[in-house]
Design a protein around this ligand. Structure first.
Ligand SMILES: Nc1nc2c(ncn2[C@@H]2O[C@H](COP(=O)(O)OP(=O)(O)OP(=O)(O)O)[C@@H](O)[C@H]2O)c(=O)[nH]1
Ligand SMILES: [Mg+2]
Length: 310
């Protein structure tokens, strides 16, 4: 008898949600960077485990929002959890432990505050979640035990898993558990499908990932990527045109780099990966434009499946 359902992965920015989604699916469905707030909208990935189909919903990190895009991202993350058959709260165990030590870094303290706010949110929602402590490859087992006890004490978790989304340890057990939690029913996707992002959006995400990897500080948050043309050529290759938006004129030269070096690196890295994912040669053309209000445009939110008015 087959099972199928949704499992949402929620958590603070940078907890490793997209890494875990990719690991469970066994393919890259969501972009990953070392920077917080990489994922901007819920991304689905399809994992199979025996007769069970688990549709993973990778969500944007939940944090204290500042701008409209932040609020929409967080609303979407909680929305993903509300609609799911299982909710995994992923916690960066390394950051959580570091935050409790004297002289902790601001980033770790912020991550711990976000975790506390998510625990409150889960309490209010009144539904049990699975706690998954991530990045256990970076912490001592003894510390992990104390952390588990503390978080479990909040009374919002049905069970705890200790995993490394990066090296895969513990992920198989979590997957088995999620499979068992899926309701009986027919599969929602063909068994060989792993992702459901439209090719244009996936292509834009890959380029955005490279931008995040290459450009630092505030710029990634001031940038967005749009695929403006996606053409299948008769020779079997794909011709893709994309526009990279930044908010201010001063950001344009940073994104382009000396002699165009930065943009070239981004384009080359994105092209390589797209060729792999699409399994065909890719010709990628990038243009940089300044559009102060891109993050205030209704159309963007619609395209990403985000709510504009939150
Ligand atoms: N050491 C270690 N690093 C990890 C692990 N899981 C994820 N990471 C790293 O943590 C960083 C963030 O990973 P992401 O998967 O992008 O995190 P996210 O929760 O999706 O982040 P947002 O989309 O910004 O909310 C990346 O540099 C990952 O390589 C892990 O188990 N161990
Ligand atoms: Mg992510």
């Amino acid at each position: 008898m087959t099972r199928a359902g949704f499992a949402a992965i929620i958590g603070a920015p940078n907890a490793g949600k997209s890494t875990l989604a990719n690991r469970l699916v066994g393919a890259k469905v969501s972009i990953v960077t070392q920077k917080v707030q990489t994922t901007r909208f819920p991304v689905r990935g399809v994992a199979m485990e025996g007769e069970s189909q688990i549709v993973l919903v990778d969500t944007p990190g939940i944090f204290r929002p500042r701008r409209r895009l932040d609020r929409a991202m967080i609303r979407a993350a909680w929305g993903g959890a509300e609609d799911a058959d299982a909710v995994v709260h992923l916690v960066d165990a390394e950051a959580e432990l570091a935050a409790a030590r004297p002289g902790a870094k601001a980033a770790d303290r912020r991550a711990a505050e976000d975790v506390a706010a998510i625990v409150e949110g889960l309490k209010r929602a009144g539904r049990p979640a699975i706690l998954a402590l991530n990045k256990v490859d970076r912490v001592k087992p003894a510390d992990l035990l104390a952390l588990t006890e503390r978080l479990h004490g909040a009374g919002v978790y049905s069970e705890v898993f200790m995993i490394s989304a990066l090296n895969g340890s513990g992920v198989a057990d979590l997957k088995t558990r999620l499979a068992a939690l899926m309701p009986e029913g027919p599969w929602l996707y063909p068994a060989d499908q792993t992702a459901d992002l439209p090719a244009r959006l996936l292509a834009a995400e890959i380029t955005r990932e490279k931008l995040y990897l290459r450009v630092h500080e505030e710029l990634p948050y001031a940038a967005s990527v749009e695929t403006t043309a996606f053409e299948e050529k008769p020779d079997g290759s794909a011709r893709i045109e994309q526009t990279l938006y930044v908010e201010r004129e001063g950001q344009r030269p940073i994104l382009i780099g000396k002699g165009g070096r930065t943009l070239k690196w981004i384009g080359e890295a994105a092209r390589k990966e797209l060729a792999e994912i699409l399994d065909r040669p890719v010709h990628l053309f990038l243009t940089v434009k300044v559009k102060a209000g891109w993050a205030e445009e209704r159309g963007l939110y619609r395209d990403l499946g985000l709510d504009f008015d939150v």
